[in-house]
Design a protein around this ligand. Structure first.
Ligand SMILES: NC(=O)c1ccc[n+]([C@@H]2O[C@H](COP(=O)([O-])OP(=O)(O)OC[C@H]3O[C@@H](n4cnc5c(N)ncnc54)[C@H](O)[C@@H]3O)[C@@H](O)[C@H]2O)c1
Length: 289
């Protein structure tokens, strides 16, 4: 049986994932700010360092997987908290666990993104760029200029940044090349305490008007089922993928699946990747076929 880290294990989708893993006989190191094996505040550098130290003590040198479900929604006036938890609460902790994940040989990692990455208009690119550099203070200053839209912009920026970070890292030698598969799940509205709080709060009306073509919200258990698949050998051939499970919102808002022409500025990057692939070992090995 395997050993898994699950952040956000005290509530919602993280809780559902931890329960499913435990029911299947796996050992789970739950991480949360309350009711968890590792109690730590992922919104501060000290809290993240504490979480890493305690996870490593509990893991004993090897981890079969990790699920990053801890997160906060769009909270007015709490833009800095949102980006710290949703971005650094993933990237700093995941980087620190890389050796233990590599030691397993075929570890799987699932990061919770969101379909807000494709459905939120007017996300400031400067904020996302700063988040990718770990500059949460700089990003927050830009986000606050959005006035009443600061909170949704902070949430979407955090999820865009973390998804982009995952996609960039997932395909490198340290991750894909070390047998670790890192992928993203992007839920739409799922009935968890996070969504219930938003429905009950001042954003309630706005959240209720969000279009969901299947006309119902998701459940934590449905999402946990997808995460379990992304932790299974079915994910051996996945790296940096985004799995959207959102009741159809993304398809409704962005029905553009025509093959987009490769933007000219990406061509040099593509050619460089192809030329470097043999040297970096990024080619499929068919020697035993
Ligand atoms: N529910 C939705 O509609 C929805 C939609 C898209 C994406 N998401 C994402 O899915 C993930 C799970 O969300 P959920 O709806 O299950 O939320 P939830 O509020 O039910 O659970 C989130 C958990 O994260 C923990 N957490 C928050 N801040 C923390 C901190 N500073 N340190 C440690 N733990 C902290 C909370 O204590 C909580 O247990 C989040 O990343 C969220 O952004 C949720």
């Amino acid at each position: 049986m395997g050993e898994y880290v699950v952040t956000g294990s005290a509530s919602g989708m993280g809780h559902a994932v931890a329960q499913r893993l435990r029911a299947d006989g796996h050992r789970v190191i739950g991480v949360d700010q309350r009711d968890a094996d590792v109690v730590a505040d992922l919104s501060t550098r000290l809290g993240r360092a504490t979480a890493v130290r305690q996870i490593l003590e509990a893991a004993d040198g090897r981890l079969d997987g990790a699920v990053f479900a801890a997160g906060v929604g769009a909270l007015r006036g709490k833009e800095r908290l949102t980006v710290e938890v949703n971005v650094l609460g993933v990237t700093e902790v995941l980087l620190a666990l890389q050796p233990e994940l590599a030691a397993a040989g075929n570890a799987k990692v699932v990061v919770f993104g969101s379909n807000s990455t494709t459905s939120t208009p007017l996300v400031p690119r400067g904020a996302v760029r700063r988040l990718l550099r770990g500059d949460t203070a700089g990003a927050t200053a830009i986000l606050r200029r959005r006035g009443p839209l600061s909170a949704p912009a902070a949430y979407a920026s955090s999820k865009i940044a973390v998804s982009r970070w995952v996609r960039e890292h997932a395909v490198t030698a340290d991750w894909a090349g070390s047998g670790i598969r890192v992928n993203i799940i992007a839920p739409g509205p799922v009935l968890t305490p996070l969504l219930r709080a938003q429905l009950a709060g001042e954003t309630g009306k706005q959240v209720r008007s969000y279009p969901v073509p299947v006309r119902e919200y998701g459940t934590p258990e449905q999402l946990a089922e997808w995460v379990l698949t992304m932790l299974s050998p079915a994910a051996d051939f996945m790296a940096g993928s985004v799995i959207t499970v959102d009741g159809g919102t993304e398809a409704l808002l962005r029905p553009t699946d025509w093959p987009a022409p490769l933007p000219l500025r990406r061509v040099p990057r593509m050619l460089t990747a192809m030329l470097r692939a043999p040297r970096t070992g990024q080619v499929a090995d068919y020697s035993d076929v």
